[in-house]
Design a protein around this ligand. Sequence first.
Ligand SMILES: Nc1ncnc2c1ncn2[C@@H]1O[C@H](COP(=O)(O)OP(=O)(O)OP(=O)(O)O)[C@@H](O)[C@H]1O
Ligand SMILES: [Mg+2]
Length: 258
Amino acid sequence: MSQDTLQEHTELRMIIKFNSAYGGRMPEPSSTMFAASLRGVSVDYAGIIAVDAVDLDVAAAALTVIVGANGAGKSTVLEVLAGARAPSTGTVTISGVARAFVPQRSVVSDRLPLTVRDVVTVGVWGRLGHFRRVSRHDRAVIDDALERLGITDLASLPFFSLSGGQRQRALLAQGLARGADLLLLDEPTTGLDAGSARLIRAAIAGQVRCGVAVVCVSHDERLISDADEVIRMSRGRLVKNTHAEDLDGPPRPRPADW
Ligand SMILES: Nc1ncnc2c1ncn2[C@@H]1O[C@H](COP(=O)(O)OP(=O)(O)OP(=O)(O)O)[C@@H](O)[C@H]1O
Ligand SMILES: [Mg+2]
């Protein structure tokens, strides 16, 4: 499948935007000690405050795990970090040059005749030259990403034929192939069998060792115990280094007079 054809499909916009050259690449690297920072970031969805005045510094070359109850605003924060969602207020600073984002739910349409390898190849588009040829080096990067996620044997299968867990691994392989310095993963091990979850945790640890800042939303206790920093969200707010469950709950409606 050609890149032009792929780009015509709206279902793939999100992945293409953040894991290819077109949207994921940052124009101007800045020099801070953090891979990303949020200041006073709020997101409201027509009156529901999903994220409420969040300040967050994402450490470089480290694993940050965001935890919290359903509806706490975790995915929304990750989307803001990815550039997939503009905050209603506040500022977002990204210090690296490339981000990769694997959302909570796959946005790849079942109707697309994409192989697993095609999906992973999207990750290297940012490095392709004028003729859009995948170089030998890029092929090696793709092979390595497939191998790390244990899906080499699935490479020629249609993406839509994969199970949910296999899809998640293919999308993470795409993120690895991108060579991003900020990797954003929304519940990367949720619903996976123990072996697949272990592969994903190992891939994440490998990325951190290579200097990548990885931010995961996760409920996976093992991933949480691997984290350099655990950040708890509650009702749209960020509560660092706490395990206070009693703060959790749905986001508050926005008062009419705001
Ligand atoms: N596109 C949207 N439109 C309206 N409301 C939304 C939208 N996306 C999220 N929300 C609301 O914003 C709040 C935060 O959602 P978010 O998906 O960020 O939570 P989460 O912490 O990731 O939850 P989960 O653990 O269930 O994935 C929720 O109340 C949700 O219903
Ligand atoms: Mg979520």
